[in-house]
Write a protein that binds this ligand. Structure first.
Ligand SMILES: [Zn+2]
Ligand SMILES: [Zn+2]
Length: 253
């Protein structure tokens, strides 16, 4: 649906079930973005939340409440959102996630995993139909053995390539924000993302999407080039998730 600091949302479909992973868009915008994918909000069986940052969580409860969609969320993320707005989740059916335990939403198998990011209890997810796995990693300050073990052997990956380190350090952000973004609980730069990718078992990888690009501190060319070098593939093989368009349906079959 879209990817970046202005809003994130990704739809996964398997065996007639659909989940929305994050919703950083207002209801009207989210509905329009779903329509672009041929979907209505009523088609969603659930919404999964990664963490409380507004580009991921802003639209979750409004969309869930409006269309009666259940939400899966970590206790820490829910607490952080409730501290900002005590009534945020009013009227929404919630299920709390254990970040180390898989669960099902309809026919979709959801494997949450923990990541280092400056949020209360941030999770990322591997989504599967039982046979094929999509690994999503949009917000992490660095890689970890746990992340690499979880994302190894996926059939498709949506991988954060947030910034180019040179562009960030020479750019207009204030020093504290540069330190936050580049720090171990911030965001993956292109080189760190490539290093993570290189550490994975990529033998089943059919699709790779560069995601969560900074509009100010990265370019699509730099992000793509970093991943292309690891894959030794044609540049076009690496897809890009953009802020306005996201990316179209990718088939894991
Ligand atoms: Zn974040
Ligand atoms: Zn984010």
């Amino acid at each position: 649906m879209g990817s970046g600091s202005q809003g994130n949302g990704l739809v996964f479909e398997a065996a007639g079930s659909r989940v929305l992973l994050d919703c950083g868009f207002a209801v009207r915008d989210a509905t329009a973005r779903l329509a672009r994918l041929g979907l209505e909000p009523e088609d969603l069986d659930g919404i999964l939340v990664t963490h409380e940052h507004s580009d991921h969580a802003n639209g979750v409860f409004p969309l869930a409440r409006r269309f009666g969609i259940p939400v899966w969320i970590s206790f820490g993320t829910l607490t952080a959102l409730a501290e900002a707005d005590a009534l945020a989740a009013d009227g929404v059916k919630l299920t709390l996630i254990d970040g180390h335990a898989s669960f099902a939403v309809g026919d979709i198998l959801v494997q949450p995993y923990t990541v280092p990011h400056d949020a209360r209890e941030p999770l990322q997810y591997v989504l599967s139909d039982g046979a094929r796995r999509l690994g999503v990693l949009t917000d992490t300050g660095c890689s970890t053995p746990h992340i690499e073990a979880t994302l190894s052997g996926c059939d498709a990956l949506v991988l954060e390539t947030n910034h180019d380190r040179e562009l960030l350090m020479n750019g207009a952000y204030p020093a504290w924000l540069k330190a936050r973004v580049a720090g171990p609980f911030g965001h993956l730069d292109n080189a760190a993302s490539a290093q993570l990718l290189a550490a994975l078992d990529r033998s089943r990888l059919r699709h790779l999407v560069a995601a969560h690009l900074s509009l100010k501190n990265n370019t699509p060319e730099l992000a793509r080039a970093a991943l292309v070098e690891v894959m030794a593939c044609e540049p076009e093989w690496v897809a890009l998730a953009t802020q306005d368009e996201g990316f179209g349906w990718l088939d894991l079959f």
